[in-house]
Ligand binder design. Structure first.
Ligand code: SAH
Ligand code: SF4
Ligand code: F3S
Length: 444
């Protein structure tokens, strides 16, 4: 038994949806009267909001638990530890056995966290990995103060079952939050200080308002409605699946001014043969043609993607097709990973494992190409005039840091406040960031 906690610390790993869930859990615990602390080792309750996507992410949970216990132990403390997120969902009972944590709560049931913490304090088992039919969102407290750029989960889960991926198992089936609940939360976020909202979902462009009687609305309808919220200057969305990229959404990129010219559209591989083995249900050419359609309505769009190297059976020729796809697209930024076999997924049982040193070599070559293109995209932006959303202070005196419409980090010297939208001219570019000079007028 441990005393009921007075202070808490939430640490999130993995994707933006986990960041969002982490914020909501923090709001939930604060509404119970617990105080947030920045330092895990001094908190009475530590919530680890975990990611299961690759083996290394999962193992990190166990090393983190050990480190938190050790640091807290030096100060004679034994914090209550709650494991939330996708590892909790996938390995619930194993975590309790292996790490003797106090609470385990899955991504669809974290609205029950306060009750589970109370159970743990009373010495009871506290594990909840249910995927209830009624969504957790209705049971969460209202949003509090947020920064200028806020996340808003609109869709969860995945029905795509790519053969390498755990998400359909850890997050469950695709569900969309109701239109009205999303619009209300967006308004609350703007009232709480947000100027930019990023709509989140594992397949965010699969969002549909299936609650309405007159046929379903798609993500573009939602975006067009949010566009009319006074004070909301920027809308983004992530992550999208190529097969859910409707003409309506593409068109929105052409004429919704607050929809930022940025599209994260993972492709994973440039080889149609490998895409088939991955069960991506799109080929290389489908993807390239789709990007042509997006560029036709929004020529300056910044493209981003995800890649996996070393999927079972990937040959040097397949990998060469990934490199040539990268050359053809010219990504503004991208994420790339070595394939990690995940227990229970179909790919984990496939023949043709790629040796680790081959994966290392391919990842290096791919990242060199992606870094080159990112730098080239930044260099090509020099001279552009655009808005900058100021997000935080920089390291140098008087320096502020903001984001361009194309999601680039831009440094700026000047007397600007966090949350300001400043009109700038991009003046110089490095591989990872740019510098800008403010134009005289402040843009709305
Ligand atoms: N729903 C999103 C993101 C899923 S997870 C999508 O489909 O795009 C984020 C990224 O992690 C994936 O796009 C993929 O590139 C990577 N990933 C997923 N499973 C993986 C695995 N088993 N090994 C390596 N990378 C993986
Ligand atoms: Fe995973 Fe594929 Fe679903 Fe993305 S679309 S979450 S990669 S199964
Ligand atoms: Fe990781 Fe779960 Fe997100 S596995 S990437 S935290 S959906």
């Amino acid at each position: 038994m441990k005393p009921a906690p007075q202070t808490f610390h939430v640490k999130s790993f993995g994707c933006q949806m986990n960041v969002y869930d982490g914020e909501r859990m923090a709001e939930l615990m604060a509404a119970q009267g617990l105080r947030a602390t920045d330092d895990a080792a001094s908190a009475d309750l530590v919530v680890l909001n975990t990611c299961h996507i690759r083996e290394r992410a999962t193992e990190k949970v166990y090393s983190d638990i050990g480190r938190i216990r050790k640091d807290a132990g030096k100060a004679g403390r034994a914090p209550m530890i709650a494991v939330a997120g996708c590892v909790a969902q996938a390995e619930g009972e194993e975590i309790v056995r292996r790490a003797k944590v106090d609470v385990v709560v899955g991504p669809q049931s974290y609205h029950n966290l306060p009750a589970l913490v109370a159970d743990a304090a009373a010495g009871l088992a506290a594990l909840d990995t249910e995927m209830p039919l009624l969504s957790k969102f209705g049971a969460l407290p209202a949003r509090r103060r947020v920064g200028p750029s806020a996340f808003l989960t609109v869709q969860e889960g995945c029905d795509k079952f790519c053969t390498y991926c755990v998400v359909p198992y850890t997050r469950g089936a695709e569900i969309s939050r109701p239109f009205a609940a999303i619009v209300d939360e967006a308004k609350a976020l703007v009232d709480a200080g947000a100027r930019e909202i990023t709509l989140l979902g594992q397949n965010v462009n699969a969002w549909s308002d299936d609650g309405g009687p007159a046929g379903s609305r798609g993500l573009h309808d939602l975006i067009r409605t949010l566009d009319r919220i006074p004070g909301l200057a920027r809308i983004r969305y992530t992550t999208s699946h190529p097969n859910d990229m409707t003409q309506g959404l593409i068109d929105a990129h052409g004429d919704v001014e607050s929809l930022m010219p940025f599209l994260h559209l993972p492709v994973q591989s440039g080889s149609t043969r490998i895409l088939k083995a991955m069960n991506r249900s799109h080929g290389r050419d489908d993807y390239l043609r789709l990007l042509d359609r997006v560029r036709a309505v929004r020529p300056d769009i910044a493209l981003s993607g995800d890649f996996i190297v070393g999927f079972p059976g990937e040959t040097e020729a397949d990998f060469a097709e990934t490199l040539s796809l990268v050359d053809a697209v010219g990504y503004a930024q991208a994420f790339s990973f070595k394939y990690s076999a995940r227990p229970g997924t179909p790919a984990a049982a496939m023949a043709g494992a790629v040796p680790p040193e081959v994966m290392d070599d391919r990842l290096q070559r791919l990242q060199a190409a992606l870094n080159r293109d990112q730098h080239a995209f930044n260099l090509a932006s020099v001279g552009r005039t655009c808005s900058l959303l100021i997000e935080r202070r920089g390291k140098l005196p008087g320096q502020m840091l903001g984001k361009s419409p194309w999601l680039q980090s831009v440094h700026l010297i000047g007397d600007h406040a966090i949350g300001d939208l400043v009109s700038v001219t991009l003046a110089a570019a490095g591989p990872n960031s740019l510098t800008g000079a403010a134009n005289i007028a402040v843009a709305a």
